[in-house]
Design a protein around this ligand. Structure first.
Ligand SMILES: [Zn+2]
Length: 251
């Protein structure tokens, strides 16, 4: 069984491997059934280790850099962070790099995984955007860091928003809705529901990203708990998918 979905919009460039795992094809038991890849959610550590082996074997990745996610706007530049530090998973919600063969990953179960590819440099970034990270503009912050460090231009970027909870299932408080419409416009709102995807797309368009360069997964994690983990649909007791991106070693 294939354990991950390829992000075709990014892989079509020929310069990256990018994907997101599904919840299928692993060994974890309920409520983590079955390919939980995160260590911090209460799942059996041996099961997580086995799941990671299954994923690594299938994807051909040999390593993975990821952070301890804290719903912040903090970005780690993997190029100038010591290997020992990276191995300890520093607190942050995004990673960037220009190194080939270095996979960057983030874990989600409803939050929006944001994949960034700067085709010209080339450089990559990946960010974790729940409602806090979206309000903190983690996507914009990640791009600003790439611009600052690598000279990335937004007009050279392709961005993908992966499977995440969509407005069909994301009812939030009036206070939060008002905060979001204040920051990102009325299009983020649908009745009492919020579109985190639209809030992220709007903030990217605002900094000059061409609409045509942004793609959004059609999957809602809360609608599709057969395929994905959903923190909300499963009352907080569930596993995490891994989103990953890596610059190919040759192109
Ligand atoms: Zn839904």
């Amino acid at each position: 069984m294939k354990t991950y979905h390829t992000i075709q919009e990014l892989e079509a460039t020929g310069i990256v491997a990018a994907g997101i795992t599904s919840r299928r094809g692993g060994v974890s038991r309920a409520p983590y059934t079955s390919l939980n890849l995160a260590e911090h959610v209460g799942d059996d550590a041996d099961a997580v280790a086995t799941n990671r082996e299954i994923f690594f074997q299938q994807s051909g990745l040999t390593d993975l850099y990821y952070c301890q996610q804290i719903h912040s706007d903090r970005v780690i530049d993997a190029d100038c962070t010591a290997n020992e530090t990276l191995k300890q998973h520093p607190e942050a919600d995004a990673l960037i790099s220009t190194q080939r063969g270095v996979p960057l990953g983030i874990f989600t179960a409803d939050c929006v995984p944001i994949f960034i590819l700067d085709i010209a440099t080339p450089a990559i970034g990946i960010a974790h955007a729940g409602w806090r990270g979206t309000l903190a503009r983690i996507a914009v912050n990640t791009l600003a860091r790439m611009q600052n460090r690598f000279g990335t231009l937004v007009t050279n970027c392709q961005i993908h928003l992966g499977p995440s909870i969509q407005k069909c299932c994301y009812t939030v408080s009036t206070e939060l809705l008002e905060q979001f419409t204040g920051h990102f416009g009325s299009t983020v709102r649908d009745g009492t529901n919020l579109s985190l995807q639209t809030a992220n797309v709007n903030q990217l368009i605002e900094i000059g990203l061409p609409v045509a360069s942004i793609s959004v997964s059609p999957f809602c994690t809360a609608c599709r708990t057969d395929l994905f983990y959903s923190h909300r649909a499963e009352s907080g007791r569930t596993g995490r998918m891994l989103s990953f991106i890596q610059l190919n070693t040759k192109n």
